[in-house]
Design a protein around this ligand. Structure first.
Ligand code: SAM
Ligand code: SF4
Ligand code: SF4
Length: 335
């Protein structure tokens, strides 16, 4: 059985935020003036337990779930995250299990995550220049070298590794080529993400979006023409390309080339609400159900009723929604 929404899009991909906390304060995601010491993060009792997360995943396995991505906030801040990976692998051995992380703590965890059954890791890295990195991530504790060490550890542990870079005009355009050279040297695919208007705190302005097309021109200027990557799949958010030497570059052009038509992603917040779109104002509480000891069939029925009613396509309709002041924050539901 496959769950399909009002536009016939299946639910294939579940992104699970395991915490709303983070050790960075990236200006485009958790600006410090909004996420400072007075910010009320979720109390521990509100976080879904690993058993509750597994119940949600188990309920979706017979409904066509193919991919689970652990995210946050920073997923490596959640204690013993490898235990969750192990439980998820048992719940759905065929599921492609991935994590998105800022890489600060990856060196310490890469091997145990791989041993537990994690397949892939996406490391977010916006700059190699330490000053630009510190400005973008608003941290003084982690350096780009630490993130690169984490990335190397993940490779050594046998995880499939990618790098994601958000480009913000006037801040890190100069990092496009250094990052491209570094990833090329490491043989790791690099994907450029357009700065998005997620949430209400990052002071997003269209002028600060560096389009994938602009970045591609910079890459082609250095590496030569890019050709479509043979591994491209229909539902992937990134448009993937390769250089003549085989280095992969991807572009996640969610502002300039929306991909809602193929969107098969649901998001589960750390406190157990299901969001059917990254730009939703409202989640649908599953925690209440889970804490009443609901069976996987009951959880599946609840998600089915939400998913079959889904008609989200925010990126396509972006211009109509610019005044929405209650969008959920990305650090809350996960990227
Ligand atoms: N903390 C982890 C990390 O940074 O990889 C996981 C969570 S983070 C919310 C997931 C991804 O969302 C990161 O790659 C980050 O760069 C991206 N992201 C956050 N805010 C964004 C924005 N406004 N536009 C585009 N991407 C954004
Ligand atoms: Fe933290 Fe990731 Fe958001 Fe940066 S993008 S503040 S690392 S959750
Ligand atoms: Fe999916 Fe919503 Fe993003 Fe469109 S805007 S691709 S529906 S999450």
């Amino acid at each position: 059985m496959t769950l399909r929404d009002r536009f016939q899009r299946p639910l294939r991909d579940l992104r699970i935020s395991v915490t709303d906390r983070c050790n960075f304060r990236c200006t485009y995601c958790m600006p410090r003036e909004h996420f400072g010491s007075e910010h009320a993060f979720l109390p521990r009792s509100d976080l879904l337990t690993y058993e509750e997360i597994v119940t949600v995943v188990k309920s979706l396995v017979p409904a066509g779930l193919e991919k689970v991505r652990l995210t946050g906030g920073e997923p490596l801040l959640r204690s013993d995250i490898a235990a969750l990976v192990r439980l998820l692998k048992e719940a759905g051995p065929h599921i492609d299990l991935a994590m998105t992380t800022n890489g600060a703590l990856l060196s310490n965890h890469a091997q145990e995550l791989a041993d537990a059954g994690l397949n892939r890791v996406t490391v977010s890295l916006d700059a190699l220049n330490p000053t630009t990195f510190a400005t973008m991530a608003d941290t003084t504790k982690t350096t780009p070298e630490t993130v690169l060490e984490g990335l190397e550890s993940a490779k050594k542990a046998g995880l499939v590794v990618k790098v994601n870079t958000v480009v913000r005009r006037g801040v890190n355009e100069n990092e496009i080529l250094p990052l491209a050279e570094a990833c090329s040297g490491l043989g790791v695919p690099l994907r450029f993400v357009e700065f998005m208007d997620v949430g209400n705190t990052n002071a997003w302005q269209l002028e600060e979006v560096v389009s994938g097309a602009e970045v591609r021109a910079v890459i082609e200027g250095r590496f030569g023409p890019l050709t479509p990557h043979k591994g491209q799949k229909v539902h992937e958010v990134a448009r993937r390309f390769a250089t003549a030497e085989g280095q992969e570059f991807g572009f996640i052009n969610s502002v300039t080339q929306p991909f809602c038509g193929d969107c098969s992603r649901a998001r589960l917040s750390a406190n157990g609400s299901l969001y059917t779109c990254l730009f939703s104002s409202k989640g649908h509480d599953l925690k209440g159900l889970l804490r009443m000891q609901a069976t996987t069939d009951e959880v599946q029925a609840a998600i089915k009723s939400l998913w079959t009613d889904r008609n989200d396509q925010y990126s396509v309709e972006r211009h109509q929604h610019q005044d929405v002041a209650t969008k959920v924050e990305m650090s809350f539901i996960g990227g």
